[in-house]
Unconditional design. Structure first.
Length: 93
């Protein structure tokens, strides 16, 4: 949480987050996802790497699934929601 706050103090044009909610309490995770949604609505570009596909699908415009350094799938949240085979094969959900 401190790292996110420090990054936002610099008024970035792009915020890059890798597993930003890993190991945090559920209430804190929820707060972070809501905050990211608000930042996106204000026009901040955000790149998020995370395992929480459901939370990502609520806030992300585009998704890229990378396996062994290569993009194996890319699309919108709607396309990912409509691709259960992709989710099962690559995301374990």
């Amino acid at each position: 949480m401190l790292a996110i706050g420090r990054a936002l103090m610099t008024n970035p044009r792009l915020l890059i987050l890798d597993e930003a909610t890993e190991g945090l309490a559920p209430k804190i995770r929820s707060f972070i996802w809501k905050t990211l949604r608000r930042l996106k609505e204000r026009g901040l570009s955000i790149l998020v790497i995370d395992k929480n596909v459901d939370a990502l699908m609520r806030i992300c415009d585009r998704h890229h699934i990378i396996e062994k350094g290569k993009t194996v799938w890319e699309g919108t949240s709607g396309e990912l929601a409509g691709a259960p085979g992709v989710r099962r094969a690559y995301l374990g959900v």
